[in-house]
Design a protein around this ligand. Structure first.
Ligand code: ADE
Length: 228
């Protein structure tokens, strides 16, 4: 079994590389891929750089070049659901692209012909996440993630994404990874720890909590590997 663990920023995979300790580094397509093994599972780890295009390239590479059979995304997100606070964990049930807009042709936000507004994550991986949360007594929300190539730091925009997509959190990669994994038939999950509230203070909050929230998420991913 080969599993990909992916983040968007170096801070999101550093706790993983520190935990696994030894790994091989392979350079490909202006990025670095780290391979190691853990409890008999082959792992390939990478951060994509921010945004949907970079994330799509990395997810595709992890699957098509490195042969990943499942993909776990770990990182941080801005909260849209008011019950989510900094450090809280969310596992996505489905994801949508909030900035995909051909409404001019009568389609709903996030939709392109032959696609769908939402892409669902793998139910078995979500169940695994719920089981780990229960065992470790860590609160875990199951919810909808809305992805776009924008750092959301504005109350009006935040509310629009929240209501249009019924989304609980926003980030900049998940839905594109979902499209890739769905097309290539690879079970995947997207786990995010909250770093900010996607409001006018989001930039400050993100800078303050990126490292600690990224670590929360990475530690949870390691706990999931322990149960795979
Ligand atoms: N990732 C973490 N916080 C975010 C925000 N407010 N907007 C987009 N992506 C994020």
């Amino acid at each position: 079994m080969k599993i990909a663990i992916m983040g968007a920023m170096v801070e999101e995979i550093t706790p993983l590389l520190e935990f696994f300790g030894t790994y091989e580094t392979i350079e490909h397509a202006k990025n670095r891929y780290y391979t190691t093994s853990y409890r008999g599972i082959d792992l390939v780890i990478a951060y994509s750089k921010i945004g949907k295009v970079n994330a799509s390239l990395t997810a595709s590479t992890l699957i098509e070049k490195f042969g990943a059979q499942k993909l776990l995304f770990s990182g941080v997100a801005g909260a849209l659901n008011p019950s989510l606070k900094v450090g809280d964990l969310l596992v996505a049930t489905k994801l949508a692209q909030h900035d995909l807009d051909i409404t001019a042709f009568g389609h709903p936000h996030g939709y392109v012909p032959e696609g769908s507004v939402y892409v669902e994550t793998d139910k078995a991986l979500t169940e695994l996440a719920k089981q780990v949360a229960l065992e470790q007594k860590i609160p875990l929300l199951e919810g909808i993630i809305a992805t776009g190539d924008q750092f959301i730091c504005d109350g009006v925009k935040k509310e629009w994404i929240h209501t249009t997509f019924n989304a609980d959190a926003t980030e900049m990669e998940g839905a594109s990874v979902a499209v890739v994994c769905d097309a290539l038939n690879i079970p995947f999950c997207v786990l995010r720890a909250i770093s900010d509230a996607a409001d006018m203070d989001a930039g400050f909050s993100f800078d303050e909590f990126l490292v600690s929230s990224a670590k929360e998420s990475a530690q949870f991913i390691i706990a999931m590997l322990d149960e795979l």
